[in-house]
Design a binder for this molecule. Structure first.
Ligand code: FES
Length: 91
């Protein structure tokens, strides 16, 4: 994923917005990234990715192109949404 790719599809927040937010606001917890356009507060799919960006910023090394393909990311989210729709087993 590159800077102009969307990171939170629920709220259309790009990776660039998150990276800038991390630089400018220096949040102390990953959950504070929700203040950046609501990122991570929808389906939850992007939360691990937000945490990763947070950790990278803490270490002072934001990876602009991390090698994760947008196609895989989008497909993973679609599957995540499908799984959320299913009723719990045995219920
Ligand atoms: S993709 Fe970010 S909360 Fe759904």
């Amino acid at each position: 994923m590159k800077l102009d790719d969307e990171l939170c599809y629920c709220f259309h927040v790009s990776k660039r917005k998150i990276v800038n937010y991390l630089k400018v606001h220096r949040p102390r917890r990953p959950s504070q990234l929700s203040e950046c356009g609501g990122a991570g507060t929808g389906c939850g799919w992007c939360v691990p990715y937000l945490k990763r960006c947070f950790d990278q910023a803490q270490e002072g090394k934001v990876v602009e192109n991390d090698g994760i393909s947008v196609e895989d990311y989008v497909a993973g989210r679609a599957q995540h949404l499908e799984e959320r729709k299913r009723p719990p087993a045995g219920g």
